[in-house]
Design a protein around this ligand. Structure first.
Ligand SMILES: [Zn+2]
Length: 1018
């Protein structure tokens, strides 16, 4: 971008500021004088209408496309972006499995029971801490990411008209339980009696407090008392783990994932049968909606719910659903029908307001229907009347999505709109920090250049030629600059607001504009912004007033919308929401650790509430060089359904690819605005708790200023009455939102679950990945109110109770000394251990407070696929499979002992991506991938592979592209050499091993779990 003549310092810039308040600004030239004076710009060269090159990302929300330019950038090897180099704890390579003994299999490999024999070594933290009650966690929920398969195109259907039948007749009210699809079901027939069944549950979980003398130890059984129990963090770093458990004999995530792919990946998942457990999130499968919502929209911890609360309390299995209401679908699956019931609006139950769905029962020849949620009898309005067939089903059932499908949309009437007015299309406002750091790093220039083309790719609906979304621009440091980009202007105009304590929007007309109409003015503005502030010395920034300004602008325009904030530093300038640096690592592992996660001031909650009322969603892109207090700055994004991105120590040459990829994807996302979500349930259970990025002003309505296709809302259910096996349990999630073209709609998802009177049925129909998603969110919210150790202990206790209950009631009584895990939950210990040793719950020395706060809020709205790979990363060997084999290589377990020093591996967890190179890798491989002749010449920390014309190079680069395309955030590559300093970062992700921060190895944790379970059973 060339610098325009006379545009150096702000004062002499062609774009003269129009000041509405006496400016407190020093460096920007002449002191402003009068208010509201419009200064026309002079002397600007306008390059005319721009024909922007399309950004690499395709229409809609294509995969984040990499710019794999051979820019040869060198990373600062950050993970979330900020591991300071050289701060890492000393690396002890001898910690994890030095004393592995020959395998001593104690259980047949096909069963999930095995007897760990007397491990000696570190133990898990003891379990003496107070139990957390679910109610005790009250903090604000958090935000963000993705989905498994390839980039799907349209998410929101065009105004599809309902003509033909949407599909073959599904078995709608089948009471047939869905066991037949259950894979790996190797259960003993023995179902123990249900102790305490029907009796009141004691307030605290019963197992731990059960009195009774310990029983004599049978032979072969793990003796818990033989295991010393120091806190893991108290262990000397060199303490060796000696175990005699064959790692191959304990449940393997890789095996479970592969089995599910083989067993369930080839057939479509048809949703017609109640209570079916879907394939795992790691399996690629198609879904056919025959009356229940696709697992892409809703996944449950269990598809078979205990009939009574006593049973549920006994099992301690959380009953929760992870709901992604606007999930994107793969291209092969039909997008949702939009049903128009005309002026009368969608048909609902008069009492509970549930929407018409396939589970409603038509009676009296079709003149009435009985609500499946509350049993109320409702009249069928004359225009909706239809005859019933001999089975009692309406003859038009298969012509109507709301009578035959699990998911569909209704057009909303004006009654569903704010102030009884149909909404106008939403707006996007770009708010760019132009303080010294933002200018110096090259961020402002990069961003302005990118926006010029990216504005052509705003979200569109259906076949619309152009987006209905209007745009506006603000820059700021400790004052705000608004820009008039009205199409009739020859040049943009700037207006400065320096009274940040009482924010108002200085211009209405010309602030929010249509991109095509104002293209010339916008392009001119984006050309000028980097020049105008090129010489700034202003280092201080404000933050809350920026959000306030954006929100006020939307309010003035009477529309919903999204703010894109690009921000660099702790807002220390005198203004509302001013923050101080309160980072204090000494608080870690103290009772005050929770304050690190709590917002520093209540001002942001108040602001967020105003934003939600306006339908103003905030996406925050952070570019910090030091502590910025992510815990406080992310409050508004979290409560408004927005996203937070963090690029620590941002430098254009190293980080532009990652930032631009994320920005492109984020801006093109389909978003629902000004949304309210309600989950209704049939009698017997109700939604009691919610996790995610949203705001709640009452106990039932989840308010989302914005909701995109990556975000989930997790809902926990509790019994309030007895359920019965015949009726099962029903969920209906209704999302009212404004589409990106301004159409008000309701999206409905229905799901029917089974109910059981036998605990074995519960354990047979659980989904561990969803369970872990819920437990991680529960724990990550818990750190706001309880010491981290207490949170960890609570997780361990709950997991032990779940497994002990199974052992007591469902497993064969003959194998007293064995650890027996339910088939569906055999990975619960390994995955739970990963949650326990994650950066939020057990940080290493290199993990900053901001990193922890960032991850905490990311996880809170992750879907099940994302938490799965986030907590247990994928490790792919690259040279084992034949080079012509283009499919993804089978993964190996995340443990150092699975690495061969003659191979190369990719490791990814959805946020980070490593390429690990073994020290003895063949020279030919080194040459093919890195274009150097030996291992020693490979640059450690490299983030871009050279583009070489050979099969291996092509294969690896295309695999990297494909991994990136599967994730909602761009994963920057870090090349790590074996035995190199950077290897420590990589080893952090080998989650089956003991971690440097004191996290237990999988084997040790399993032994600990076994001991806990045995204590509960004794
Ligand atoms: Zn009802």
């Amino acid at each position: 971008m060339q610098r325009l003549p006379g545009s150096q310092p702000f004062g002499s810039a062609p774009l003269a500021p129009v000041v509405s308040q006496p400016s407190m600004l020093q460096p920007y030239g002449p002191p402003p004088t009068s208010a509201q004076v419009t200064a026309q710009l002079a002397g600007m060269q306008i390059s005319g209408a721009v024909a922007p090159a399309p950004p690499p990302t395709g229409l809609g929300y294509g995969s984040p496309t990499s710019l794999v330019s051979a820019s040869g950038s060198f990373p600062n090897s950050d993970l979330y972006g900020s591991y300071a180099q050289g701060q890492a704890p000393p690396l002890s390579l001898t910690q994890s499995h030095p004393g592995v003994q020959p395998p001593q299999r104690s259980a047949p490999p096909q069963a999930s029971s095995f007897t760990p024999t007397a491990p000696v070594g570190p133990r898990m933290p003891s379990m003496t801490g107070p139990l957390l009650s679910g109610q005790g966690f009250g903090g604000p929920p958090m935000s963000q990411p993705n989905h498994v398969s390839s980039p799907p195109p349209q998410a929101l259907p065009p105004g599809t008209q309902m003509t033909g039948p949407p599909g073959p007749p599904p078995p709608m009210h089948s009471s047939q339980p869905g066991y037949q699809l259950q894979q790996n079901g190797s259960f003993g027939p023995a179902r123990g009696p249900q102790p305490n069944y029907g009796s009141p549950y004691p307030g605290a979980p019963a197992f731990g407090s059960q009195p009774g003398p310990p029983q004599p130890l049978p032979p072969k059984r793990l003796d818990p008392d033989a295991i010393p129990s120091p806190q893991l963090n108290e262990l000397p770093p060199q303490q060796k783990t000696r175990h005699r458990i064959d790692p191959d004999a304990i449940p393997s995530p890789i095996q479970v994932i592969e089995d599910d792919r083989n067993n369930r990946g080839s057939e479509p998942f048809v949703t017609g049968v109640r209570g079916q457990v879907p394939p795992l999130v790691t399996t690629n499968f198609l879904v056919k909606d025959q009356g229940n919502a696709s697992p892409r929209y809703i996944r449950c911890t269990s598809y078979n719910i205990p009939c009574t609360s006593d049973m549920a309390k006994q099992a301690q299995v959380p009953l929760a659903a992870v709901i992604k209401p606007l999930a994107r679908l793969p291209p092969e699956e039909a997008s949702l029908y939009v049903v128009d019931h005309g002026e009368s609006g969608p048909l609902r139950c008069n009492r509970c307001k549930a929407y018409m769905c396939p589970f409603m029962q038509f009676i009296e020849g079709g003149r009435r229907f009985q609500c499946c949620f509350c049993s109320c009898i409702n009249d069928v309005p004359p225009q909706y009347f239809q005859h019933l067939d001999h089975t009692g089903k309406r003859v038009d059932a298969y012509d109507r999505p709301e009578l035959s499908l699990g998911s569909y949309e209704f057009l909303a009437t004006v009654d569903y709109c704010k102030n009884n007015k149909f909404p106008i299309p939403p707006a996007f406002i770009f708010m760019i920090d132009v303080s010294y750091n933002a200018i110096r790093s090259g961020l402002v220039r990069l961003l302005c250049e990118e926006l010029k083309s990216l504005l052509d790719f705003l979200p569109r609906e259906g076949g619309a030629e152009e987006s209905s979304i209007r745009v506006g621009f603000v820059t700021y440091n400790k004052v705000l600059h608004f820009y008039n980009v009205k199409s009739s202007l020859a040049q943009p105009q700037m207006m400065v607001v320096s009274d940040v304590g009482d924010m108002f929007v200085p211009l209405l007309d010309g602030f929010l504009v249509n991109v095509n109409e104002s293209r010339t003015v916008i392009t001119s503005l984006l050309d000028q912004i980097p020049e105008m502030f090129a010489d700034t010395r202003e280092t201080e920034t404000v933050f809350a007033p920026v959000i306030q300004a954006g929100m006020e602008a939307l309010k003035a325009a009477e529309c919903a919308g999204k703010l894109f904030l690009f921000h660099t530093s702790l807002p220390i300038a005198e203004a509302p929401g001013k923050l101080k640096n309160r980072d204090d690592r000494k608080l870690i592992n103290t009772d005050k650790e929770k304050t690190l996660f709590q917002p520093q001031t209540g001002a942001y909650q108040t602001l967020a509430k105003e934003c939600v009322a306006q339908g103003c969603c905030v996406d925050l892109f952070l570019f910090p060089n030091q502590y910025v207090d992510v815990a406080t700055l992310s409050v508004v994004p979290q409560l408004t359904g927005g996203s937070v991105y963090k690029y620590a120590c941002f430098q254009v040459e190293n980080d532009q690819e990652r930032f631009l990829s994320d920005l492109r994807r984020d801006m093109q996302k389909i978003v629902g605005f000004d949304a309210v979500m309600r989950v209704r349930t049939s009698t017997g259970i109700r939604a009691v708790d919610f996790f995610g990025a949203f705001y709640m002003s009452n106990t039932t309505d989840v308010e989302l200023a914005g909701l995109d296709g990556d975000k989930t809302v997790t809902v926990e259910f509790k019994h309030d009455d007895r359920l019965n096996e015949e009726n099962g349990a029903l969920l209906q999630c209704a999302l009212l939102y404004t589409s990106c073209a301004g159409q008000r709609r309701l999206r409905i998802h229905n799901l029917a679950l089974n109910c059981c009177t036998q605990l074995a049925d519960l354990y047979r129909n659980c989904e561990t990945d969803t369970l872990i998603n819920y437990m991680a969110k529960f724990a990550y919210r818990g750190v706001l109110n309880s010491p981290v150790k207490t949170v960890r202990d609570t997780l361990i206790t709950q997991c032990a109770q779940i497994l002990a209950c199974y052992r007591k009631n469902c497993a064969s009584p003959s194998s007293a000394g064995q650890l027996i895990l339910p088939e569906c939950m055999k990975l619960l210990p390994v995955y739970l251990n990963c949650v326990l040793k994650s950066d939020v719950l057990q940080p290493g020395a290199e993990v900053t407070t901001d990193d922890r706060a960032y991850v905490r809020q990311l996880v809170t709205s992750m879907d099940v696929a994302e938490t799965n790979v986030f907590f247990y990363p994928r490790l792919l060997p690259l040279t084992k499979s034949p080079i012509e084999n283009t499919t993804e290589p089978p993964a190996v377990r995340a443990s150092e002992e699975r690495l061969s020093n003659g191979d190369i591996y990719l490791l990814e967890n959805g946020l980070n991506l490593f390429l690990w190179v073994g020290a003895s890798v063949q020279q030919g491989v080194v040459q093919s991938l890195f274009s150097v002749s030996s291992f020693s010449q490979i640059t450690s920390g490299l983030s871009v592979l050279p583009v070489l014309d050979n099969p291996l190079s092509k294969k690896v680069r295309s695999l990297i592209d494909s991994l990136r395309a599967q994730r909602s955030r761009y994963m920057k590559l870090i090349v790590v050499k074996q035995e190199d300093k950077l290897e420590m970062l990589f080893k952090h992700f080998l989650v089956e091993d003991k971690s440097l921060s004191g996290g237990a190895s999988y084997v040790d944790f399993l032994c600990h779990m076994h001991k806990e379970i045995r204590q509960l059973l004794s």
